[in-house]
Design a protein around this ligand. Structure first.
Ligand SMILES: [Zn+2]
Length: 581
């Protein structure tokens, strides 16, 4: 790989500003920035990044690396895909040094043919034969601009329309099948979508990954989604997020709706912070996706039994991932797109403003199940049910508040509610959902003197001159020694910051993971490089002396009195004086 390209990209892009797109909560803390980690669930920020070093590191789940590593992890990209995206963003020209892997090729190919299909369907909608579909769209009050913004399309009532066009453009039967656009039969490929209004499904990166199709006229099923493919996993995409992202950040809140038409109708009326899952229930993946944009989600649901159940279940998934959830419902039994078309954005937002906290919502639902005042037995039922919701809440403070709320509204003691929450089996919140597995620490993490010395040297490489007395035997691990040597070597070249870390990484590639952590370890507020580095070096030297002394004593004992050679006795004396110093 062309290292120069990578360096150029890193120089041009600020890792903190880049990460901020995914982690809006980044706050300055000394020389670095901190936030709750996007890769694991936590309530106290342990995710750190630094512009100066060009690195990120999470002290909670040990995820760490440079801007490439971050993008690969958060978007699930291969290195080549991340390189392509970052080079584009940085305006750096590059030629891929190696061919794409099989998987990358399949994905790139699928992206290409899905784009082709999107354009094909979109043209159909505005063609002469497409007038019947335009009629339908008009009946649903969608404007031409909206159709263009969402790139809506039309699949003709023709079994091979797309297949023929795609093959004329050079795509194979296999391409069509892999992208989920055709089914292969004995008679050749047959279009998956026929006589449907087409909704391209575009992920948050702007890639077309599949389609949803609504039948025009009679027929089943009413809505048909692409099958899962190399690009498309239903539970990983939220419809509309590619357009809603900036608005969600601006509003500080996302609103979850049920279907494509809801999202499109709401966006058309100006409520452009709305998204919807693709006919599936909400998943942890959805929750993590939303968390890149905001911590606050309002679930707008159908006030029927199924809708209430879905809102509650979805809400629980969202809170388990550390999101704050409210629920709201529309009066009159109208769908969101119908409601907003009839009453306007202001009325719609008024409803959102009246949304209830998930806990209040669940409490009211439970209380409505029983006659008032509650009998002792009914109270037990209600508390047991509500304790499950409380137990999903990862934030201790919110959990307490909820227990208090429930206690007041059900009429029991708060301690009883908390006791019920703590019952075994109820604490469903696990702080490490899908967190990357922690790498084996290459540097002895329990040796604080070594950890600090290496970290402080990365902050103040000129301090290396204070460590001349240290030798390999002073260090508790080979890894620590290798990193120490690499840092001292590089410090001599006068490098600092990102360049220093980069050079050290090249000199000791096996310890790159440990290096990232060290580079982002914050020195104490009263950090004085000369004093603190000298103190660490002294402690390490003493540890080394002690270690050697123990070894000498062991040898002397093994040899027995009278058999100890002169040199060993001399060394013993010398070590004793050094230790006293
Ligand atoms: Zn983490």
């Amino acid at each position: 790989m062309n290292n120069n390209t990578i360096e150029q990209i890193k120089d041009k892009l600020d890792i903190v500003e880049f990460i901020r797109q995914y982690v809006p909560g980044l706050k300055r803390s000394g020389k670095t920035y901190k936030a709750c980690c996007p890769f694991h669930t936590e309530k106290t920020p342990s995710f750190t990044c630094s512009s100066e070093k060009g690195l990120f590191y999470c002290f909670g789940c040990q995820a760490g690396g440079d801007i490439f590593e971050f993008l690969m992890r958060i978007e699930n990209l291969s290195f080549n895909e991340a390189l392509e995206k970052l080079a584009d963003l940085a305006g750096v020209e590059y030629k891929p040094a190696r061919g794409l892997s099989g998987e990358e090729l399949r994905r790139a190919n699928a992206r290409k043919i899905l784009d082709f299909a999107k354009t094909f369907y979109h043209k159909n909608l505005f063609s002469v034969q497409g007038s019947y579909a335009r009629e339908y769209v008009k009946k649903r009050s969608l404007t031409k601009e909206t159709c263009q913004k969402f790139e809506l399309g039309l699949a003709f009532n023709d079994a091979t329309a797309l297949a023929r066009a795609a093959k004329a453009a050079g795509y194979t039967d296999q391409d069509l099948k892999e992208a989920g656009l055709c089914v292969l039969t004995d008679y050749g490929p047959r279009d998956y979508y026929r006589n449907r209004l087409m909704f391209p499904i575009i992920n948050q990166r702007g890639d077309t990954v599949g389609f949803g199709g609504r039948i025009l006229g009679e027929g089943e099923p009413k809505y048909l989604n692409s099958p899962e493919t190399v690009l498309f996993t239903k539970s990983h995409v939220l419809y509309g997020l590619n357009l809603a992202g900036p608005a969600i950040r601006k509003a500080g809140r996302a609103v979850l709706l049920e279907g494509y038409m809801d999202v499109i109708g709401c966006h058309q009326a100006g409520a452009d912070y709305t998204v919807a899952p693709l006919g599936t229930s909400l998943t942890e993946e959805h929750a993590r996706l939303l968390k890149r944009y905001t911590e606050n989600v309002t679930v707008l649901f159908d006030p029927d039994a199924a809708g209430i159940k879905a809102a509650l279940r979805g809400g629980l998934v969202l809170i388990s991932q550390g999101l704050f959830v409210k629920v709201a419902s529309l009066p009159d039994g109208l769908d969101p797109d119908e409601y907003i078309a009839k009453y306007g954005k202001e009325a719609f937002e008024k409803i959102l403003g009246q949304a209830q906290d998930l806990m209040a919502f669940h409490t009211r639902l439970q209380l409505d199940l029983y006659p008032q005042p509650l009998s002792a037995q009914d109270k037990t039922h209600v508390i047991t049910e509500l304790a499950e919701t409380i137990a999903q809440q990862p934030d201790e403070i919110v959990r307490r508040e909820w227990a208090k709320y429930v206690a007041e509204h059900v009429g029991v003691d708060e301690q009883l509610v908390l006791a019920r929450v703590k019952r075994p089996g109820l604490q469903k919140f696990s702080p490490r959902i899908n967190a990357p597995t922690a790498p084996v620490p290459a540097v002895n993490a329990t040796n604080t003197a070594e950890q600090e010395l290496l970290a402080w040297l990365l902050q103040a490489p000129q301090g290396a001159s204070l460590c001349r007395e240290l030798t390999q035997s002073d260090f508790s691990s080979a890894a620590a020694w290798q990193l120490f040597s690499a840092i001292c070597q590089t410090a001599q070249e006068g490098l600092t910051g990102q360049e220093l870390v980069e050079k050290v990484k090249q000199a000791a590639p096996a310890h790159a993971g440990a290096l990232v952590k060290l580079a982002l370890t914050q020195p104490p507020e009263d950090f004085q490089p000369q004093r603190d580095i000298a103190a660490c070096a002294q402690r390490i030297k003493q540890n080394g002396v002690q270690k050697r002394l123990k070894e000498v004593q062991r040898q002397m004992k093994a040899l027995g009195a009278g058999n100890v050679p002169q040199e060993l006795i001399k060394e013993y004396m010398l070590l004793r004086t050094k230790l006293k110093k």
